[in-house]
Design a protein around this ligand. Structure first.
Ligand code: PLP
Length: 404
């Protein structure tokens, strides 16, 4: 296996966690960081060698877009490097406020608030909107940051079967609580399938129209992988043709299809005001620097005026997933640019990832505890060329042939 899958001698010998690390290594579950010496993109450089990259969530290839780099560069010069403090202590710039207006307009909500990352948004917003006495209904494949947000909230968390509306409904009807909140990823980050948001919306609508409900049932959507990808870029609600309601809170990230960094909450003015006053990861953390904010704003403007990138992303995605399926791989129920290749074991997943790496293609292996079933996680972008997709397909086919 190539060196990136091996733990270094130094690490094993000098740590108090030697036994635990060795155990992970024996089970093929030890993780290591791979460092690039190039920008993010379809081609990356690792240790001086170029690799075809299928590991990035930069779905539209915006991370290197010249207009974005120019806006970020100008903001860096004007506002300098750090932001100096949290937003509430004066760490925010007028660019922060402008970006929030842009996000609210993009998501058609009354208001929006920037967070430092998607992780920080979930562990801040969820405990702000749910606490002891409340019940959260969480899809079993929700992202780790949602799980951590639920834990921090101290609300009772009830997990419903993946995308299973009748299970969700039966749990909601069974539970007695002050406030009930449904939380789901819109696009599941490791499986690439889409939550049945149309049906969840209808369920909320029917339960919220009952005069017996003291508080409306809230719906919290983590649109990290939907923003910029679904609904002509506007995200999952637009994809399903739904309008944002006062009881819906949308979270999204700038770090994936928008090619920048950070995250946001979008919702009614009251909800956002409540979050500003209660989300600890917002209150007690230094604001993002203006250069990053400028990049996110430029990204939204590009997506709004240039639909061709999203079209290209979807045609690349359809081409790749169909070819991979016809090569005999199981891509689960992927419906998006996140394409899992289900692999029998963690060892096999590492073997295939290493094989591709030797052939100059970088696709990470995802293993427990991140997922139950080991897999390779392929992400395709609008920036990949047909030749690059063909090379991946050809190499995957060759691997099958060589392994019999
Ligand atoms: C569904 C989902 N939510 C939240 C996050 C966290 O976002 P960030 O990487 O900006 O912290 C991720 C990251 O991969 C994600 O996939």
């Amino acid at each position: 296996m190539p060196s990136f899958h091996k733990v270094s001698e130094y690490m094993i010998k000098s740590t108090v966690f030697e036994k635990e690390l060795m155990d992970l290594q024996k089970k093929y579950l030890l993780r290591n960081i791979v460092s690039r010496s190039s920008p993010q993109g379809p081609i990356i450089t690792i240790k001086g060698k170029k690799y075809l990259n299928f590991s990035s969530n930069d779905y539209l290839g915006l991370a290197s877009h010249p207009e974005i780099l120019e806006k970020a560069g100008k903001a860096l010069k004007k506002y300098a490097s750090g932001s100096g403090a949290s937003r509430l202590l004066g760490g925010g710039s007028d660019l922060h406020a402008k970006l929030e207006e842009q996000v609210a307009d993009f998501k058609v909500t009354e208001s929006a608030l920037i967070f430092n990352s998607g992780y920080s948004a979930n562990i801040g917003i969820i405990p702000a909107i749910a606490s002891e006495g409340d019940v959260i209904f969480s899809d079993e494949l929700n992202h780790a940051s949602i799980i951590d947000g639920c834990r921090l909230s101290q609300a009772r968390t009830v997990v419903f079967k993946h995308r299973d509306i009748s299970h969700l409904k039966s749990l909601i009807l069974k539970e007695k609580a002050r406030r009930k909140i449904i939380i789901t990823d819109t696009v599941f980050s490791m499986d690439g399938d889409i939550a049945p948001i149309g049906e969840i919306y209808k369920l909320c609508l029917s339960l919220n129209s009952s005069p017996l409900t003291p508080h409306p049932l809230l719906l919290y959507l983590d649109d990290a992988h939907g923003t910029g990808v679904l609904g002509k870029g506007r995200g999952a609600l637009a994809h399903f043709g739904l309008k944002p309601e006062p009881w819906i809170i949308q979270m999204g990230t700038f770090s994936k299809a928008l090619g920048s960094y950070g995250a946001f909450a979008a919702g009614s003015r009251d909800v956002i005001s409540w979050i500003i006053n209660n989300a600890r990861s917002f209150i007690f953390s230094t604001a993002l620097p203006a250069s990053v904010i400028a990049a996110s704003g430029a990204s939204i403007s590009i997506i709004k005026k240039n639909r061709s990138l999203i079209k290209k992303l979807w045609s690349n995605r359809d081409y790749l997933v169909n070819s991979i399926k016809s090569a005999g791989y199981d891509t689960l129920k992927s419906e998006t640019p996140i394409i899992p290749l289900l692999i029998a074991s963690a060892k096999e997943a590492l073997t295939l990832s290493s094989y591709l790496y030797r052939k100059g293609i970088y696709v990470p292996a995802i293993r427990p505890p991140t997922v139950k079933e080991p897999r390779l996680r392929i992400t395709v972008s609008a920036a990949h060329t047909k030749e690059q997709l063909d090379l991946l397909i050809k190499t995957l086919k060759r691997y099958c042939k060589e392994r019999g």
